[in-house]
Design a protein around this ligand. Structure first.
Ligand code: OAD
Length: 255
């Protein structure tokens, strides 16, 4: 494991980070990969290898087989409950304390940014820890164990579903408005651990780029965003983010 201090970053990038007043950060499944949570484009593991996320995470999939979809989310909830934030999540939470304005816009539903201490988090695709009535769309807090799978709404008896966005569903309006607003005002926009193929999230870096923000992508692989990024840092978020924080801000403290 090479020493983070030796991970050279472009001086212009470091200067831009030190001068930044507003940083917006878009994250995807890749930032939680080092917490042990499979990404969407990873092959589905174990029991779920024969199902595609589109089949499971969609209204059609839920209508076709509500119990299967509910069990898939229970399986994912179990993985997430055994996961902890990784150094990438913690680095972003520290950034929030150093820079006047830091907003995280996440596509993830695992809640790990909040668990790591980030306060300003927009969950574009909802949160797997919340459930809602599939008919009323109101949140359901209390699920009695031993209920049917999926459990039923205590009010109208319709099936309960996870409070997450499924393929083909629209994003919560307030979330996407906030995401566009913060992307249109930031000095620096990070895109971390996302394949940049799912819209409207994938359009946010371009909203930032069009108003002159510096675009920093962190991903071991190239993505459709890479040719448009000001800086593309190829590597894992759990390694690069702490190293970047150290070079950009710890060094400054030592001056
Ligand atoms: P993907 O699985 O599409 O992409 C994960 C990205 O993370 C890939 O580009 C990987 O190269 C990268 N990656 C893997 N390990 C990494 C690491 N350690 N550090 C940094 N990057 C790493 O996940 P998303 O882009 O988040 O939507 O997928 C976007 C949306 O597609 C999801 O939110 C979900 C899915 O449909 C809904 O559920 C509505």
């Amino acid at each position: 494991m090479n020493n983070p201090d030796k991970f050279l970053f472009n001086n212009e990038l470091i200067k831009a980070l030190r001068n930044a007043r507003w940083i917006t950060i878009l994250t995807g499944a890749g930032i939680s990969a080092e917490s042990g949570i499979p990404t969407f484009r990873d092959a589905q593991r174990g029991l779920w290898a024969n199902y595609s996320p589109e089949e499971l995470a969609s209204p059609e999939g839920f209508a076709r087989n509500p119990e299967l979809v509910w069990n898939w989310y229970e399986w994912r909830r179990k993985i997430i409950s055994e996961s902890r934030p990784n150094p990438g999540h913690y680095a972003l939470a520290r950034m929030e304390k150093i820079i006047p304005q830091v907003n995280i816009i996440t596509q993830n539903v695992d809640g790990l940014h909040q668990l790591a201490g980030s306060l300003d988090v927009v969950e574009l695709h909802g949160n797997i820890h919340r459930n809602r009535c599939s008919s009323e769309n109101t949140l359901v807090d209390e699920i009695l164990n031993g209920e049917s799978k999926p459990p039923r709404c205590p009010r109208c008896k319709a099936f309960i579903r996870p409070d997450v966005v499924w393929f083909g569903e629209s994003l919560p309006a307030a979330s996407i408005e906030r995401a566009i607003e913060t992307s249109s005002k930031c000095d620096v926009f990070f895109s971390i651990g996302t394949s940049s193929v799912v819209y409207p999230a994938a359009s946010l870096p371009f909203v930032a780029r069009n108003q002159g923000a510096i675009i920093v992508e962190i991903n071991p692989a190239s993505t459709p965003l890479s040719p448009y990024s000001t800086y593309t840092l190829h590597g894992s978020a759990g390694f690069i983010l702490p190293a970047l924080m150290k070079v950009a801000w710890q060094e400054e403290e030592s001056h």
